[in-house]
Design a protein around this ligand. Structure first.
Ligand code: SF4
Length: 324
């Protein structure tokens, strides 16, 4: 493969969450992301999946610098992202937010929402910005007469189309898509996903697609990282992950996908218990409190993410060994 467009190396994002003690020190940290590393290549769609609270959105926000990492490196085009000015990084890396209701300013018309990034970056005259906004509206399936309307006049799907148009207004190279369809009806989800695929081809975009929905990720992504409690537990291309899942957590997630066939029983109940608190993560393997195959070694020693076949990495002591 060519040089990665984005490299995330040992990224940690820890939040101080308890009140300070008498000496003025924070006494507890929530380890939202705890040592995550991956590369994203130009033109691909890289999926990040996991349950709520696994750190996937936090990772995405750190990539666009809405959050500052506690430690670790984020390299964009081979250069540490913190060395870019915020404007330069925003021009090259954008984000589509999950909630199309709260991510648009209710006082701005659609046209102004889409033109704002161009205005902030001093791109074009007023007439050129308007023309570009109208082009983007057409690209995402909005009509010209909707230019002067306000967000409250639109449905959720239409609002997300506005969010997509705004995200690509500066022609970024990388777009972090933070659960962009999870707040939408299922019928609308497919429309937005197809739109994103069309725009990826048209504008040569690279996506990081964050989702808790494995079916959506399977439809859209080339490679996928599975996250659990701030760690990547499995990373593989789509074929490897869906045809030969290796980590017990990935297997449990796949088994829980509903099957649209009344004669086929879907396998639920593989996972017991809740995700532990990132304030007090388990020692050893972060998954051992819910893993049906956990051994004493799993409690004592954290498994490293290691390659089990080309492009397929897993963090599990049992990997390579037969699981019951
Ligand atoms: Fe389960 Fe142990 Fe593998 Fe962790 S290392 S996933 S606890 S078998």
């Amino acid at each position: 493969m060519s040089e990665p467009l984005l490299s995330v190396k040992d990224l940690k994002i820890h939040y101080a969450v308890k009140s300070k003690n008498r000496l003025g020190n924070a006494v507890a940290y929530s380890k939202a992301v705890d040592g995550v590393s991956f590369d994203v290549y130009k033109g691909e769609t890289f999926g990040v999946v996991g349950e709520s609270g696994c750190g996937k959105s936090t990772t995405g926000k750190a990539i666009v610098r809405l959050l500052e990492p506690t430690s670790g490196d984020i390299l964009f085009d081979g250069v540490p992202s913190h060395t870019y000015s915020r404007k330069e990084l925003a021009r090259r890396v954008q984000i589509i937010f999950q909630d199309p209701y709260s991510s648009l300013d209710p006082r701005m018309t659609v046209g102004r929402c889409i033109e704002e990034p161009l205005l902030v970056h001093g791109i074009g005259t007023r007439a050129e910005r308007r023309s570009r906004a109208l082009q983007l509206m057409a690209d995402v399936g909005l009509r010209e007469d909707q230019y002067t309307r306000f967000p409250h006049e639109f449905s959720g799907g239409q609002r997300q189309r506005i969010g997509v148009a705004r995200a690509i207004a500066l022609q970024p190279e990388l777009v972090v898509c933070d659960e962009p369809v999870s707040a939408l009806d299922v019928s609308i989800q497919a429309q937005i996903l197809n739109l994103m695929q069309d725009l990826q081809k048209k504008y040569s975009l690279t996506y990081i697609f964050i989702s808790h929905n494995l079916s959506v990720v399977k439809h859209l992504c080339d490679r996928i990282a599975v996250m659990y409690l701030g760690h990547i537990v499995e990373l593989a291309d789509k074929k490897g992950l869906f045809e030969m899942p290796s980590h017990p957590y990935t297997k449990a997630l796949l088994a829980a996908i509903p099957i649209a066939d009344p004669d086929v029983e879907s396998m639920t109940g593989e996972l017991s218990g809740d995700v532990p608190s990132p304030l007090n993560p388990p020692a050893g393997c972060c998954f051992h409190t819910r893993c049906p195959y956990a051994t004493e070694r799993c409690v004592a020693e954290a498994p490293q993410l290691r390659e089990i076949s080309p492009g397929h990495s897993v963090a599990c002591h049992l990997c390579g060994a037969a699981q019951p």
